[in-house]
Design a protein around this ligand. Sequence first.
Ligand code: GDP
Length: 264
Amino acid sequence: LLPILLHQFIYRKATPTTLPSFLLIGPSGAGKTAFLTLTERKVVAQTHTSTAPLAVELLLPEGHTPQSSHYRSPGDPAYERSRQFQLNDTPGHGKLRHFATTQLANPTNVRGIIFVVDAAAVAEEAGLNETAEYLHDVLLALQKRYTGATSSKGPKEIPVLVAANKMDLFTALPPHLVAQQLEKAISEVRKSRAKGLKDSGPALGGEDDSLDEDREWLGEGGEGSFEFAQMEEVGTTVTVQGGNVIGGDGVDVKSWYEWIAAQL
Ligand code: GDP
């Protein structure tokens, strides 16, 4: 226990680090702070709505092995080091979202994005649309980062975990339906954004207009609907996993930690 406490003490400093990091993004109320608190303290605590970004350095919980350490044994210093990561919590309120997009524009050390979704809220139209708009913007930012990259190697892949939270609630959609509904709603967001661009574009226009429209179009072009699999073309694998940070028959975020472990 002492080494763990010492570790927590040393690594709580708010200094910039070179640890692999994950951005915690999603609409307000989805459970980002609750997840961060759970991972940090291994206890479930009530949270209040977050209004400022917060970075916390953490250890991958016991029972999960970092991808890079599959051939190392626990106790090996390299193994222990590979369990360290940083979670950057970002506020979900519309006005504060620029914190998240700023980090997306310059994602040094970012191994992945954890987009937390309230699986009960997305069962309703308002919640679904809000979540889909936000996720659309995050995925579009990732796509632009990829297509706009100048290096010959191509930019590093940044995977996205859609953490479908609150599975303990009986109104929550199961993960595969969360995925389906989000894909459908993102298709609609994509359409209405394209229409908005057309309507607001200058009548004079020329090739530049269509170029802009292409750049703002998420995923594959054409009439078909948006699917998460289309993001693989631009270096982003989207995975949807269910869990609950609080309540029910006990906390269950194993599949999220497994996803984090796979990126470490
Ligand atoms: P944030 O705005 O994304 O940081 O959301 P919070 O972490 O503040 O959580 C918003 C509310 O949802 C709080 O009242 C939490 O207690 C609650 N909450 C978070 N996770 C769960 C969960 O898995 N199940 C249930 N039932 N409630 C949750």
